[in-house]
Ligand binder design. Structure first.
Ligand code: NAD
Length: 498
């Protein structure tokens, strides 16, 4: 029932040959809205063959033509934002406004990629030795793949494909099976923008397709974004198959609230980080660390923020906080709240038992605030990935730094303070890849690179921006000498020094 989502191979929809399908569900209603066709290793084989042929030609296509297509793609994405946002809201659950926000943030990387003419300029040095010049050039890898999570079905793939394509590669996307439709719209728009068939393809499926991508010898590099266990698996499998890999994993981001901070401002900002998109963002703020006297005031302010949120379906303009992705995800949030309570935690705001009238079968859970938890309790240490904020309390700044640094994750963090001294020490001493100073979700803009430390990223390269260009290209260094036709030289067995 509903619509049918197929692979996008060689410029058209393709149901593949496995016959396997799975339902696409609307998280707000629990109802089935469509059917997804699932691929396997043979689907990957076919798409890689098409991609390899396309990459040959595309890698030689002029930068002028590549950038013209990307400019056209940007215009088409803007024209079709409503259509894409609506489908994201239906399949993911997030509010339409939030879906438009992720499309806009994804477009930042496309905009960055339109100036690839600048980023592919190599270096040149004249006379590095007498009569000898050196220059560098960057070339595409060939066929590259991206495997992406459910929580940003537009933005996270956009961290990858515009740069991979701008640098001359053919890109295979394996989006999340939970909200697959946005990727097919993007494929259709790339075609409309003039991108040759086979340069951007979409293969749907789960573990079978992911493992086939990691093993395929025709794929030179894999970009992954998702949970830490799968990031580790993809990093190990694709590296063992000799590929370049960047695998971004999970997170448990802390916001430190200093006693000198504007507590109302901090609470409003932390609430948007903790409860926006039902906490299903890798840059969400599931932990606040109150320092010294900040605790009571912050707790009262965050309670007020959480209690005023309207929970409802993503296509209702009055909704602040949407459902979570699956019934399992809702049950996990409730179980982790129960466990925190049983361990002596105080439930300051309780999201369990929330029912949204008219949407009784939806995956709704209300905003939840917990405090008085021990630092080794799993509801604090693990990634809940739902609308739960755990408030930890420490005595001073040094204890706050130690607590944040004790987390195995290192994706994002923030400090709320009026003190330049503590803000500067924070950015210096914290072991985290992306830092906000009075900014709760410090997601770098598209022309910087995005990436965490520790269990939040496996591999050398961060995503998009300059590191994306480095990831999708290989450098050559060329040393040139043009002797005169009658020039003679004596052979020397010494290593040349000048
Ligand atoms: P996930 O790890 O379950 O899935 C990610 C991708 O891996 C999907 O395409 C999925 O089909 C595939 N996959 C799932 N199980 C697999 C398996 N056993 N073997 C091989 N492939 C498998 O993640 P998710 O639930 O879709 O997304 C949420 C997670 O992603 C959270 O942990 C979140 O923190 C993380 N995330 C991280 C970032 C970041 O930038 N670090 C960004 C967004 C999301």
């Amino acid at each position: 029932m509903g619509y049918d989502v197929q692979h996008w191979i060689d410029g058209h929809e393709d149901a593949g040959s496995t016959g396997d399908t799975q339902p696409i569900l609307n998280p707000a209603t629990g109802g089935e809205v469509g059917t997804l066709h699932l691929g396997d290793a043979s689907t990957v084989d076919r798409a890689v063959e098409v991609a390899a042929a396309a990459a040959e030609e595309w890698g030689r296509t002029s930068l002028a033509r590549r950038t013209q297509i990307l400019y056209r793609m940007r215009e088409l994405m803007i024209q079709h934002t409503d259509e894409i946002a609506e489908v994201i809201s239906r399949e993911h659950g997030k509010t339409v406004g939030d879906a438009k926000g992720e499309i806009a943030r994804g477009l930042e990387t496309l905009e960055f990629a339109t100036s690839i003419t600048q980023d592919l300029k190599g270096g040149f040095s004249q006379n590095v030795s007498t009569g000898v010049d050196s220059h560098t050039l960057r070339q595409p890898l060939g066929v590259v793949a991206g495997i992406t999570p459910f929580n940003f079905p537009a933005m996270v793939p956009f961290w990858m494909h515009p740069i991979a394509i701008a640098t001359g590669n053919a890109f295979l996307l394996k989006p999340s099976e939970r909200d697959p439709s946005a990727s097919n719209i993007v494929a259709r728009l790339y075609q409309e923008a003039g991108l040759p068939d086979g340069v951007f393809q979409v293969i749907h499926g789960g573990k079978t397709v992911v493992d086939a991508l990691c093993a395929h010898e025709g794929i030179a590099a894999v970009s992954f974004v998702g949970s830490t266990p799968i990031a580790k698996h993809v990093h190990a499998a694709a590296s063992a198959a000799g590929k370049r890999v960047q695998a971004l994993g999970g997170a448990n981001n802390h916001a430190v609230v200093m006693p000198d901070a504007n507590l109302e401002f901090a609470a409003a900002q932390v609430a948007s980080g903790a409860f926006g998109s039902a906490g299903e963002r890798c840059m969400a703020v599931p932990v606040a660390v109150t320092v010294g006297d900040a605790h009571e005031g912050f707790l009262a302010a965050i309670k007020a923020e959480a209690e005023k949120l309207v929970v409802g379906p993503g296509d209702d303009p009055t909704t602040d906080m949407p459902p979570v992705i699956t019934a399992d995800a809702r049950d996990r949030v409730i179980r982790m709240t129960d466990e925190a309570e049983q361990a002596g935690g105080t439930i300051v705001v309780d999201g369990r038992g929330l029912v949204v009238e008219g949407f009784e079968k939806g995956n709704f859970v209300g905003p939840t605030v917990i405090t008085d938890l021990a630092a080794d309790h799993p509801t604090y240490t693990d990634e809940v990935f739902g609308p739960v904020l755990v408030v930890m309390h420490v005595n001073n700044f040094d204890e706050a730094i130690a607590l944040v640094n004790s987390s195995p994750f290192g994706n994002g963090t923030a400090i709320f303070t009026d003190s330049g001294h503590y803000a500067r020490r924070f950015e210096d001493e914290i072991q985290v890849g992306m830092i906000g100073i009075n900014v709760p979700i410090p997601t770098p803009v598209g022309y910087y690179s995005f990436g965490g430390w520790k269990d939040s990223l496996f591999g050398e390269h961060h995503a998009h921006g300059p590191e994306g260009v480095g990831f999708y290209t290989r450098q050559k260094a060329v040393t040139t000498r043009w002797p005169a036709q009658n020039e003679t030289v004596e052979s020397s067995m010494s290593f040349p020094t000048h």
